[in-house]
Design a protein around this ligand. Structure first.
Ligand SMILES: O=C(O)CCC(=O)C(=O)O
Length: 184
């Protein structure tokens, strides 16, 4: 485990080999069947495509015959990062042109004190994590196939994170982000 940032709630921690390659391959394959959607959002006065596909699931609402590996993934994640995760947000980066801009997670959609756990599958992409107060204070981590990144709730108040575009040839990558959402 690598401690990337420190704070009173565990900071940001990274496990490069959270699961073995065969498990990560199987999860990646099975998650192709998720309900991936493209989204549009307003940028200044124009509507633009969100540069990645997304899917989201409530973990307590999964049908018993759900073909997605989310229940097994959740159990593995909770063994490493104990928390009552109840939602999974997923991102699919089709190639190096897909990205997510620097941001912190939407605070009113998170239960304070609870961590965020992010499983990466597919080609490794670089995540940048930087201080909101001082953009030069930044760490980069290449999120490997089968890795886990845990971010404290506190880190969302002090830092932002993003996946920049890259010109390097890049195959697809998925992230599955486990969060504790307030009750619906
Ligand atoms: O894909 C990633 O690793 C980052 C995803 C992310 O920042 C988000 O879903 O808020």
């Amino acid at each position: 485990m690598t401690q990337l940032l420190d704070d009173a709630e565990g900071g940001v921690r990274y496990w490069p080999s959270f699961v073995d390659a065969a498990t990560a391959d199987a999860w990646f394959e099975a998650l192709q069947g998720a309900e991936w959607k493209s989204q549009r959002r307003m940028m200044y006065d124009r509507e633009v495509d969100v540069p990645r596909l997304v899917a989201s699931y409530w973990l307590d609402g999964l049908p018993p015959d759900c073909p997605l590996p989310l229940p097994g993934m959740l159990a593995r994640v909770q063994a490493q990062v104990p928390a009552p995760f109840n939602a999974a947000g997923m991102n699919l980066y089709r190639d190096g042109r897909d990205s997510v801009a620097m941001h912190h997670d939407t605070l009113h959609m998170l239960v304070p004190g609870q961590p965020i756990a992010l499983v990466s599958l597919g080609d490794a992409r670089r995540m940048r994590i930087r201080s909101q107060a001082c953009h030069r204070e930044a760490v980069d981590v290449a999120l490997a196939h089968g890795s886990l990144l845990a971010m404290s709730h506190a880190s969302q108040l002090t830092h932002e994170h993003g996946i920049p575009k890259t010109a390097r040839p890049m195959g697809p990558r998925m992230s599955v982000v486990f969060r504790v959402r307030p009750p619906r």
